[in-house]
Design a protein around this ligand. Structure first.
Ligand code: B1M
Length: 230
């Protein structure tokens, strides 16, 4: 997209965001990275670049994937481009002078390899002062249990992007109940097909619509925890 005729430095902000979405859609990782850097150079906040450029770009990919216009290889390219942009924003989003406010173990559940939203959530949580242990994708109950034993987190975060994998969250929560540790943990869940009712039904503490909500929710629960401990 960025051939010699396009000079991104001369583009208006809204044009550049449009180009970022198009380049993400086309899977042009290097161009997306350059556009993200240009927006940062213009003084845009990392979170604004995510919400005005990268996330809406991926939303368009999602619609065309659903409608059979894009196929897995193209979506993978788009995901790579999204990750190239996120890699630039990551150090800025996670940089924090704040004191540690809590610990979180987060992972995408078994059978599911979507990780962009989970990664974004992990970054924003780190940026807010949480220590985050990211288990990656396709996590079984055992993976979550081992990580809980090792890291003793305050919060368990689970992500699922498929209607076929979201029920696995209940399996993990049931295992926490069985092990007698459910009440010691704050369980937060997220992912595009979920909603509040589902979270309530499976016994999670909170459904997080996006990464920013995850941060707010986590802070709120940590505050309650501290008040209870007093
Ligand atoms: Co997939 N895929 N995919 N895919 N994919 C979806 C989810 C789908 C909705 C596309 C569609 O049809 N429109 C559809 C699911 C349909 C359904 O279940 N009803 C789908 C499908 C069908 C599939 C395959 C089955 C396709 C196939 O093989 N035939 C396959 C399954 C693979 C598997 O997991 N076993 C598959 C594969 C893939 C790729 C590998 C190609 C790629 C993933 C690459 C990667 O993640 N590394 C991919 C992608 C990229 C998508 C879409 C297009 C984009 C997802 C994304 O990254 N969004 C997606 C369409 C869509 O969601 N609209 C789609 C951007 C991201 C920022 O948003 O992840 O929602 P999201 O995260 C948000 C919130 O949900 C929340 O915060 C984030 C924003 O701040 N959040 C959390 C997420 N996790 C959280 C955890 C928390 C808190 C908040 O913890 C507390």
């Amino acid at each position: 997209m960025n051939d010699d005729e396009i000079n991104i430095q001369e583009m208006a902000d809204d044009e550049l965001y449009e180009l970022m979405k198009e380049d993400l859609y086309d899977g042009y990782a290097q161009e997306v990275a350059e556009e993200v850097s240009e927006m940062l150079a213009r003084g845009h906040q990392p979170y604004d670049i995510l919400t005005n450029g990268l996330v809406p770009g991926m939303d368009i990919v999602g619609v065309d994937f659903r409608d059979g216009i894009l196929f897995v290889p193209e979506v993978l390219m788009a995901a790579k481009a999204m990750k190239a942009g996120m890699a630039i924003l990551r150090p800025l989003l996670v940089e924090t002078g704040a004191e540690k406010i809590g610990t979180m173990v987060v992972g995408t559940v078994k059978g599911d390899i979507h990780d962009i939203g989970k990664n974004l959530t992990a970054m924003m949580m780190e940026g807010a002062g949480f220590e985050v242990f990211d288990l990656g994708v396709n996590n079984s109950v055992d993976n979550f249990m081992l990580a809980i034993a090792e890291h003793k987190p305050d919060i368990i975060g689970m992500s699922a992007l498929l209607t076929t994998t979201m029920p696995y969250m209940r399996v993990v929560i049931d295992a926490l109940v069985e092990a007698g540790i459910r009440q010691d943990l704050i369980v937060m869940v997220g992912g595009a097909p979920l909603n509040e009712a589902f979270a309530e039904d499976i016994g999670a503490d909170a459904y997080c619509r996006d990464a920013a909500v995850a941060v707010e929710t986590a802070k709120k629960f940590m505050q309650l925890r501290r008040e209870k401990a007093r």
